[in-house]
Design a protein around this ligand. Sequence first.
Ligand SMILES: [Cu+2]
Length: 478
Amino acid sequence: MTMSRRGFIGSSGLVLAGATAVSGRTAFASVPEAPTMTDASTQAPLVPTSGPDYQPVATLNGWTLPWRMNGDWKEFHLVAEPVERELAPGMKAYLWGYNGQSPGPTIEAVEGDKVRIFVTNKLPENTTIHWHGQRLPNGMDGVGGLNQPHIPPGKTYVYEFLLRRSGTYMYHPHSDEMVQMAMGMMGFFVVHPKDPAFRRVDRDFVFLLNAFDIEAGSYVPKVNTMLDFNLWCWNSRVFPGIDPFVVAKNDKVRIRFGNLTMTNHPIHMHGYEFKVSCTDGGWVDPAAAWDEVSIDVAVGQMRAFDFVADELGDWAIHCHKSHHTMNAMGHSVKTYIGVGKKDIAKRIAKIAPGYMPMGSNGMGEMGAMEMPLPNNTLPMMTGFAQFGPVEMGGMFSVVKVREGLAKNDYKDPGWFKHPEGTVAYEYKGAKLTEAPRATPPDSGVQSADWRVKDPRKPRLGPDGKPLPAARAGGHSNH
Ligand SMILES: [Cu+2]
């Protein structure tokens, strides 16, 4: 783990500010150190060294927040602060997050734990944290003004509650939340079951869906955008910057995702059917789950699905809204399919020298093209795999199922080696200038018999003359 520890104790005024904020409640000898992550790659899961056993989650392009025990309290320390996040190689964003990254680190604990979470505000404005989905005392729910005073810049607040239910929860500000969530402030909160065998899997992945609107060449998201975002992210990363989901053949796998964007995302995985095992409301009774290949996750929801990885390969996993598997693009670009490129290029070049016509044969050519880009943005479609350009961006990654991976080995195994004879191949028979065409199949039924009739027009017989009107007793439109 590349983790730098913040010299917290006695190093700044923050400690004093923190101490006064909590002194009314409990006397703390010290505030736990807030670890900081500088890396945007997936960090190894944090295997528990004390307390009940559980299979730790792997946070996609993220990490888990270490804790310390203080008596029977599990103590964590989150620092809300401006961060610099690489969205994919070639593009950085100036976001707000926690402990050096957006999203913040995943909090993991066990059902029945008492957690004490210190939140230090290093933002230029007030914040709070809401623990989405948790059962807790009302005053710990984090809605600024309603449940607690907002946390002013420079102050540290303490949240204390008992983890009453296992499940998958999120955390995010409830103070200027439109701005703070548009800036990337959010994180996952996984509570493992007390019984280590309950619904246990071998690999357990988590990520948040988030979206940013960052103009090419700039670094700060436009916080007032409502729907027309140009960077659709998983854990503040876009393809090809999103790490693969690496699993061993026959592993029981769980993928958990929460949606803190402004629209729904139908998450689709290739190669398998799967069942929803968990929502932010709790575990789904296996008898109530049915097989799916896409799960739509609405705004403010999370879903987890489970499957057994018994099919080897590189399986695509992505949002099925095709605009969400694109990177920065103008959504108001005109459609040029079918427009003669040469002719229009000549005419446009007269008024706009250097104009390059795109898209008259579709946009696939952009996947292979290395066009000069402005600073700090990403190609709309990009990424290469073993057979060529993938022509994707945004919310896209690959589930890599391999034989013989060690437990907790999440290293990218490279591209799948297909067994001979299992890849779609080019037809190499007699030369075809054109596909041979057959006549359409004939069921013997007149297609006219199926057609809805326009009641305003007389029905015509096969000779083209009007048929006699329907007889009495039959249906009539008059
Ligand atoms: Cu989507």
